[in-house]
Design a protein around this ligand. Structure first.
Ligand code: ADP
Length: 525
């Protein structure tokens, strides 16, 4: 049972104890097989239940406009039904949360997917803002058409406060732990110098020093997390030679993992402007995971190379690997693939911190993995701070050639054929998609052969834009059949699948692994 459900049940329990009358009503209702709306005493069960429930309950029409709130909402916000119904409720939402709340709601209504978002609502009595978790589900008729939405807003203010307190505590505690640890390390270093390596005590001091290094890393991670949460992690960017930094990071790491053979294959011999220490931190994190999650295997390969004006670093291990369904969660805070947590120590913070560092350098990250065979963790950093999208040639009517995509109109088959090249991100996907839309409309096409065979990496940040704006625009421009040839890259496939999952309307989209099959399917349409 999740936290929210537990919370709701607790509240319901408390309400039941307080209100015996309602309890009787509830019991008599559940014993009554007919479950009629009106009790013999003339009480409307559902209305009584909804109005007394300790959460805000609402329903909306198919278009997302609210047609009912329970009493709780009116009491809490002080709004009248006249003010709140339809879209008036937005007046009670905190201005900083309003955009995200309405955008998410519009998206759910458009896609017909469940709604879940947190926002602050103003309480009338003391004019305070309290955090609520809003959840809504669509209700469909027998033909699968959405006819209504049912939802509830649960007060999660206390949980939010507790979360903030926890973050604050983490920050203070890790600061406080740092000082004594620094002197402990200094004393151990002194001890190491005073004791000869032949003495038995030397081994103990050495081991104590190694453990204090681990402790220092854990504390540094906790401190980073609290800074990231508070938006206070400062990046100190300067120019440095990338491969020199990489080599040093690998050499330093190798000292801490003498039983492993770390093979370094370098090819990113460029000047890069970034926070060197933070980038070395990503490398160290990937390497220590590679070592940690490959028991019994001692080889790790780390590569750097330049691709389309990007530095791409990969760390490959031959260890336990990761199941595909766990891949996309790995960069979340505290996430650990659970069944292994007891076997391998860790807090689940390293990759979350790495993802923040990478994002703050306008980069991206992804993983390729085969369970039981090993994983390769990648990160990409655009050398100029931003991926360069270069136009090579176009006639603005039948073709476009860029360094990230080629698009052609095939007059024989009356279809658009697009071929995405290499690394993609939000900007490249958006630009390529808009050109495709333009050529589709200009040539009155209904079919697209979209080839992702040469796509590498992760473009997940463009998924929402693709499904919310681009596919509907393509449909409006006449698109009917969309054949999508998968990328071999797992993260790219996941993004493709996600964009398609939510397409509504007249477009039929299909995934293929072979281009011939995709072309044959389109021909048959
Ligand atoms: P930690 O290793 O401290 O748990 P990380 O954030 O570095 O935290 O990693 C998160 C999770 O990702 C790990 O708990 C593990 O389940 C998984 N993971 C990371 N690297 C690898 C790897 N090379 N092979 C298999 N699983 C990995």
């Amino acid at each position: 049972m999740d936290h929210q459900t537990q919370h709701l049940l607790d509240e319901l329990q408390a309400l039941k104890a307080e209100n015996n009358y309602l309890k009787e009503q509830l019991l008599s209702t559940s014993n009554n097989s007919a479950f009629s709306n009106q009790s013999p005493e003339g009480i409307d069960h559902f209305k009584t239940l909804a109005d007394n429930f300790p959460v805000v309950i609402w329903t909306t029409r198919a278009d997302g406009s609210v047609d009912y709130f329970n009493m709780r909402f009116y009491e809490y916000t002080g709004l009248s039904a006249e003010q709140a119904l339809d879209w008036g409720w937005t007046a009670a939402v905190h201005p900083d949360d309003l955009n995200a709340a309405t955008e998410a709601w519009n998206r759910s209504v458009r896609r017909g997917t469940e709604y879940e978002i947190e926002y602050r609502l103003k309480r009338k009595v003391d004019e305070s803002w309290r955090w609520y978790l809003a959840k809504g589900i669509p209700v469909k008729d027998s033909e699968g058409k959405i006819v209504k939405w049912f939802g509830a807003n649960t007060d999660i203010h206390e949980q939010k406060e507790a979360e903030n307190k926890k973050d604050e505590f983490l920050s203070v505690a890790s600061h406080e732990l740092k000082t004594p640890l620094t002197s402990l390390k200094a004393f151990l270093q002194l001890g190491e110098k005073k004791v000869s390596p032949d003495e038995s005590a030397y081994v103990f001091i050495e081991k104590a020093r190694q453990q204090s290094d681990r402790l220092q890393m854990l504390i540094a991670n906790l401190l980073d997390i609290s800074k990231i949460n508070a938006g206070k992690l400062i990046y100190d960017k300067a120019e440095f030679e990338f491969d020199v930094a990489l080599k040093e990071a690998v050499e330093n790491f190798q000292l801490t993992a003498p039983d492993h053979h770390i093979i370094l294959e370098q090819g990113a011999n460029v000047l890069y402007n970034g926070d060197r220490l933070r980038i070395e931190q990503i490398i160290t994190n990937f390497l220590s995971n590679a070592v940690k999650y490959s028991p019994g295997k001692n080889k790790v390969i780390i590569r750097s190379q330049i691709h389309q004006e990007n530095i791409v670093v990969s760390v490959q291990d031959f260890g336990i690997g990761i199941e595909p369904e766990n891949l996309h969660n790995l960069f979340n805070r505290y996430y650990r693939v659970d069944n292994r947590s007891t076997q391998f120590q860790g807090l689940g913070l390293g990759l979350f911190i790495a993802s923040d560092i990478i994002k703050r350098h306008n980069g991206s990250f992804w993983i390729e993995s085969v369970p039981g065979e090993g994983s390769t963790f990648y990160f990409l950093l655009p050398i100029n701070g931003k991926q360069e999208l270069i136009d090579i040639d176009t006639d603005n009517q039948t073709y476009y050639i860029g360094n990230f995509i080629e698009i052609n109109y095939n007059p024989e088959k009356k279809q658009i054929e697009s071929n995405w090249l290499g690394y993609q991100n939000y900007d490249s996907v958006k630009k390529g998609c808009l050109i495709m839309l333009d050529l589709l409309a200009k040539n009155n096409c209904t079919k697209v052969l979209n080839d992702n065979s040469y796509v590498i990496g992760n473009w997940s940040e463009a998924v929402d834009w693709g499904s919310d704006y681009w596919f509907p625009a393509m449909q409006a421009a006449g698109l009917k059949h969309f054949a999508w040839i998968y990328s071999p890259s797992t993260f790219s496939r996941m993004s493709a699948q996600k964009s398609i999952d939510v397409i509504l309307g007249q477009i039929t989209a299909r995934f293929f692994t072979e281009k011939d099959e995709a072309a044959a399917w389109l021909d048959a349409q």
